[in-house]
Design a protein around this ligand. Sequence first.
Ligand SMILES: *Cc1c(COP(=O)(O)O)cnc(C)c1O
Length: 401
Amino acid sequence: MNRQDLLKLADKYQSPLYVYDTEKIISQYKKITSAFSKVKNVKINYAVKALSNINILKVFNKLNSGLDTVSIQEVKLGLLAGFEPHEIIYTPNGVSLQEIEEVAKLGVQINIDNLSILELFGQKHPKIPVCIRINPHVMAGGNSKISVGHIDSKFGISIHQVPHIKRVVENTGMHINGIHMHTGSDILDIDTFIRATEILFDVARQFKNIDFIDFGSGFKVPYKKDDISTDINELGKKLSTRFNEFCKNYGKEVTLMFEPGKFLVSEAGYFLAKVNVIKQTTSTVFAGIDSGLNHLIRPMFYNSYHYIENLSNPKGRERFYSIVGYICENDTFGSNRRINEISEDDILCFHNAGAYCFSMASNYNSRFRPAEVMIYKGKDYLIRKRETMEDILKNQESVTL
Ligand SMILES: *Cc1c(COP(=O)(O)O)cnc(C)c1O
């Protein structure tokens, strides 16, 4: 999106503001599907947790995407957005058997990631087919907080426990209809990823009648100019060949699935915030904005990089700044950033603000969460109002003391 359009939106809807360009979402979706065009059955399930506004889900519904969900609330959002239950896969971790049963009752595909629940579920509902989440113990992912496929991870059923899975299946008569893995975010080494897929093929072969193999996600997107990212075409080429071979040997055209979040929405998002104060200290120049870790926690939570530009003064002399929030914690968005000279009231733009930004926002410091705007076919739509004092008080009971 260009600078002028973003500035107009900041003026129209005020700050802080999230803006999502659905054209980018659509082009990213098409990038994946075309990379796997040589595979007969491909299904992309958008990972709702990245950005869960119902209007964004509707865009994915129009694209014929499915959904990957991790809570019953996300499942319900998906149904409200118009998805059929069978287009939704539910991949929870550490949730109760009761919640899994509730989701199964809705007709959604269940993906189970531990043996104890598999056994309980199989005994009670042997007729409901389930997918199993395998932990292939392959180290992928950009850092330890987002890498979930390694041996110490709480996710998935260990590859070494496949014999136990088979015993549960035999004893309960349940049907395994899919095999799944999700190794973590920020995959760069295609060959490491392919190694994990080989492990998954080995597991899949041990079950008689699966319908799909779900390779999870973890595609890395660029965060700055010339940044490296997952080479989706190379992955498409290598994995498609292997997948088609697998289907041939297996004797069935199973569906290849992915469930990306970040890859589909990260670059589509822009976060706009206004500069409240410039503060020169002995060590740096701070630009303090009308936002903080309550609205965008990724830099503080896992050191994520968000490119920051000054929309209001694009030709200004570049200077070094630390961009900080207004929250009473250390909430630094970026240090030593070279940015066109910043004055109070300038609008700063944070890039890659589509994934895990609004969806992680909170009311910390009793601040309102920002408004969200979606650009669809050239028009801007307010898809979430800015909060008010009523929202802050909504569920608080007023006790007379
Ligand atoms: C979070 C998550 C994803 C999406 O990961 P991205 O890195 O955003 O693509 C996919 N599958 C599962 C099970 C997840 O928990």
